[in-house]
Write a protein that binds this ligand. Sequence first.
Ligand code: F6P
Length: 539
Amino acid sequence: MLKNSNPTQTNAWKALQKHFAEVKDRHTLSLFEKDAARADKFSIQWHDFYVDYSKNRIDEETMKLLVQLADECHLKNAIEKYFGGDLINNTEKRAVLHTALRAPENSVVNVDGKNVMPEVAAVKHKIKQFSEEVISGKRKGYSGKAFTDVVNIGIGGSDLGPAMVTEALKFYKNHLNVHFISNVDGDHVLETIKHLNPETTLIVIVSKTFTTLETLSNALTVKEWFLKSGNEKDIAKHFVAVSTNLQEIDKFGIDPDNVFPMWDWVGGRFSLWSAVGLSIALSVGYDNFDKLLKGAHAMDEHFRTAPFANNIPVVLALLSVWYNNFYGAESQAIIPYTQYLHRLAAYLQQGIMESNGKQTDRDGNPIPYQTGVIIWGEPGTNSQHAFFQLIHQGTKLIPTDFIGFKHSLHGNTDHHNKLMANFFAQTEALLKGKTEAEVRKEMGDKVNEALVPFKVFTGNRPTTSFLIDKLTPESLGSLIAMYEHKIFVEGVIWNIYSYDQWGVELGKQLASKILKDIAATEISAHDSSTTNLLKQFKK
Ligand code: F6P
C-alpha cells in the first residue's frame, strides 16, 4: 500500500503557494537574460534523449520546492512499491507491474510470493515463435496460403497501444498489412474487412477481460464474415486471442494453442508490452518488439535510480503539478515533430486521463484540488496551421511538449531541417513573444496604430523540448515508459489511485439497459431528454 498524504498539507505545498505568489507574473525570458547557464541548468541528457525544460516558468527555488513536495509525498517509497509488486492498485487489490514485462528475463519479480518472470518469458517466447512463423509464411491459412493481413480487434488499451506503436514504427514494418478494429460502429468493422480475403487474414482478438461489448461484437461479426468462406474447424488457423479470461476464450471457440495469456497485474492502458503487443511483433518482427521493450526497461532503470532533480519522468510530473495546481492550467499539448507519432496524443489521452482523472483521494475523501490533466495534440507542423494560434495568443495557459528527432528515417535532410526549424522556432516564439516596441519597429515609418495590439504576443508560454537521436524501437520504448512513469508520479503526489477506472463503468451499464429499450416496444424510465432521443431514434 502507498503511504497516503494530502499534498496540500505538506510544508512544500505551502512554500510553493508563497513562492507562486511572488513569481507568477514573472516573464521567463527575464530569467534567461539574468542567467546565461539557464538552459544547461534546466536540461537533462540521458542516453540519446536531450530534455530541455528551461523554457518553463521555474527557477531553482521552484524546482527545489517541487522536489521537496515529491519527498514529502513519499515518492521514493512509492517507486519501490511500484516496481516491487505491492498491491498499489488498491481498489482492485492488484499489483501494477507492466515494468516486469520489459525487465531482463533473469530478474525476479514476485506477485503474491511467486516469481512471475518465468511466465513472462514463456509468453514472450510464444509471441516470438508465432510472429516469426506468420511473417515467414510457415504458418498458413486454411487454404494453404500465407497470411497477408492481420486484424487486431480490441478497444482502449487493447487497441490504442498496438495501433499507436505500429504506426510509429511503420518505417520498420514488413509485408503484413495490420488493421485495427475498435469501435462498435458496424461501419468501422465492415469498412475494414470489405477488401480482405478471409483465406489470408489472421484475426487477433485482444481483450484483457474478454467481456467488453465492443470487442466481442466486432469479433462475432468478423467470425460470421470468416465462416462465409471457411469452416468452423478453420477458425483454429485464423483466430488467436490475448486475454486473462481463458474460460470466455474457450466459449468463443478459439484453439487453446492460439491463446496468449496476460495477467491482472498489467493494466489495459499499460499492456502493449505484453501479448497485447502481438500485432506489433507481427508488424515489425519480434526483434524490433524486443528492442521496444529494452528501450522501456532503460527508462525504468533511469526512473528508479536517478536523483529526482535529474530524473526525467519525475521532473515532468513536477512541472505538471506546478502548472495544474498553482497556475490552474487545465490541459497540456503533446506535439511530436514526426508524422509517425500521429497517434501518440490519442494513446496518451487514455494513459493519462483514464489513470489520473480521479476525484477521490486514496483515503476515500473528495479531492478539493485539481487532478488529471486534459491531454491533446497532433503532429507538428500540421498543428501549427490548426490550433497553435490559441497556444500563442489565447487566454489559456497550455504547457506544451515538443518531441523531435535529430535524424529523419528516410534521410531527406531538406525536409527534416525545415521540420525541425519549425520546432525550434515555435518554442522560441512561445517563450519570447513579440513586444509592442518590436511590433512598431517592424512596421517601420508607417505604424498602423489599429493593428498594433493584435500583433503583440505576450510570450512566456511554457514548453518542454525533447530532442531524441532517431525514432527507433528503443527510443520509442523509452518515450512511452517516460510518460507512464510521469503518470505514476502525478498520481502519488495527488494522492489518488491511478490504476483503476471506475468512471467508465456507469456508461457501460446504462448502454446495456438502453440496448434493451431499443429492441423493446416500451422504453424504460429515463430522464425526459434520453427518452425523447430514444423515441426519435426508434421512429
Ligand atoms: O475503457 C475501459 C477499459 O476497461 C480500459 O481500461 C481498457 O483498456 C478497455 O476498457 C478494454 O478492456 P478489455 O481489454 O478488457 O477489453
